[in-house]
Design a protein around this ligand. Structure first.
Ligand SMILES: Nc1ncnc2c1ncn2[C@@H]1O[C@H](COP(=O)(O)OP(=O)(O)OP(=O)(O)O)[C@@H](O)[C@H]1O
Ligand SMILES: [Mg+2]
Length: 465
């Protein structure tokens, strides 16, 4: 956790202490609020979660420091630092027993408080990192997550095992929903970088400037709004892997900088003067034809060859229909668990339907169909009348709020944003009779960015009416 993101609540009835602490901590960049009593502190905590709470043991009213500690710990798990007068050490020790981080006797000097806060932040950082590692590992048992018995998938799995331990750049190509990200994760988590970070960036959904500052970071003052130094994702991924999704959408100016990282292993943060060295394995993915981009001079040829050291081409699902039964079984188990159901499988008619369908959205579409079918099915098996309306629909179907809320936050947010973007862009283009320049001006979206989003969501300006 960074200093600026750390919220501290100071609870003390003496205005002198509140002022001194609030000033000193604000000056160091923390977000600080104060409260005079336990009651007020609880009100404040209900409004927002504080990471660190400084609590005086003796407080007016019905809630003293010990009681406040107890109540706060029942709500969530912030780090509580106790402040106590010299005579109150016994109860401070009791507070420690009940989960306070430490206690400090009054009068204290500020350094002591700061030292404790630094320790808390260091500790919270370790907890965060562990959580991160855990959740990333959970999402991935590497190869085992990739389901399929077809020769095509077996070839992909072999390839992954062969190259996971190399640092060579990999380009994963394939239609949307074929499992490109899954393969990228498998490469990272089966290789020797697995204890370092796997960082993902979606190059299609950021404007040119944002993309640059996300990737390379910036120093304070590099541009209006750069109020502090910011680490870029290349640095974040140092020692690990950077997964650059939708690499085909990178503007040319950024392409040159990425090439430099690939060639020299270094980059210069925005507004900085010296280069930074990093050791990052790059895995890129695209569902576009990059070679066509090269021919049309939209994608640098030298970058293309640097990225395409190893190519993994994900076959579309319609070319490996023998994988459908295994995938169906896998997704039924997954969503049974989620919905707490015991559906056994699909009916023979559904099997036939699935076999005949050509799955434009590939495995992701199959997964979505199963997920929805499970929520709609109350029998032993998923029947064809449940499935038909789900597979015949083209394009990006609306997702209901209930469905969204049943999914992990990240996934839900992505779907909500996608659906919103499609609606917003279609609407503004309609309003401007399909004129992209006008639409960009009207909406305040950078024109190039709008165009990239249109490409990403397959929205064509002429087709709009
Ligand atoms: N072979 C597979 N086995 C199990 N699950 C798979 C497989 N292929 C894809 N999936 C699942 O399908 C979904 C889409 O996969 P993924 O996100 O990797 O696709 P993608 O190729 O990156 O798509 P896009 O180009 O749209 O980003 C994920 O939920 C993934 O877990
Ligand atoms: Mg993807």
């Amino acid at each position: 956790m960074k200093v600026q993101d750390t919220k501290i609540l100071v609870v003390d009835d003496e205005i002198g202490y509140r002022k001194v602490l609030s000033n000193a901590l604000t000056e160091r960049g923390f977000y600080v609020k104060t409260a005079e009593s336990g009651e007020e502190a609880l009100d404040e905590i209900k409004k927002q979660e504080y990471h660190i709470i400084l609590v005086d043991m003796k407080l007016p009213g019905n809630i003293d420091g010990l009681e406040l500690l107890q109540r706060v710990k029942n709500l969530y798990n912030p780090s509580v630092l106790i402040m106590t007068a010299y005579g109150g050490i016994e109860s401070a020790v009791e507070a420690m027993r009940r989960g306070a981080f430490n206690y400090i006797t009054k009068p204290f000097n500020l350094d002591e408080i700061i030292l404790n806060i630094d320790r808390i932040i260091a500790q919270q950082k370790i907890i965060e990192e562990n959580k991160y590692l855990h959740s990333e590992l959970e999402k991935v048992y590497g190869l085992k997550r990739i389901i399929g018995s077809s020769r095509e998938i077996q070839k992909v799995l072999n390839m992954i095992s062969r190259i996971a331990f190399s640092a060579a750049t990999v380009l994963i190509t394939g239609e949307s929903g074929t499992g490109k990200e899954l393969v990228a994760r498998a490469l990272h988590f089966t290789g020797n970088r697995k204890d370092k970070k796997f960082v993902v960036i979606n190059c299609a959904t950021l404007s040119e400037n944002l993309l640059e500052s996300e990737l390379f970071g910036h120093v304070k003052g590099a541009f209006t709004g750069a109020i502090k130094d910011k680490k870029g994702l290349f640095e974040e991924a140092d020692g690990g892997t950077l997964f650059m999704d939708e690499i085909g959408d990178i503007p040319k100016s950024v392409q040159a900088k990425i090439l430099r990282v690939l060639q020299e292993g270094e980059f210069i943060p925005l507004g900085d003067t010296t280069a930074k060295k990093v050791d990052v394995r790059i895995i890129a993915a695209t569902n576009q034809d990059l070679l066509k981009g090269v021919q049309e001079k939209e994608f640098r040829e030298d970058l293309y060859y640097r990225l395409n050291v190893i190519n993994i081409a994900m076959p579309p699902l319609r070319e490996r229909k023998e994988d459908i039964p295994l995938l169906v079984k896998h997704f039924i188990e997954k969503y049974n668990k989620k919905a707490n159901k015991h559906i056994k499988g699909i009916s023979p008619e559904v099997e036939k339907e699935f076999y005949n369908y050509n799955w434009p959205g590939n495995v992701r579409e199959l997964e979505n169909v199963i997920e929805r079918a499970i929520t709609l099915t109350n029998e032993d098996r998923i029947s064809v009348n449940v499935v038909l309306p789900l597979v015949k629909k083209e394009g990006n179907p609306e997702v209901s709020e209930n469905e969204l809320f049943a999914q992990p936050y990240k996934e839900a947010r992505r779907k909500a944003i996608d659906s919103f973007n499609v609606k917003y862009i279609t609407n503004i283009l309609n309003k401007m009779n399909g004129n992209v320049t006008y639409a960009a001006r009207e909406s305040g979206i950078e024109r190039q960015y709008l165009q990239r989003m249109m490409k990403h969501y397959h929205i064509k300006s002429k087709e709009i009416f």
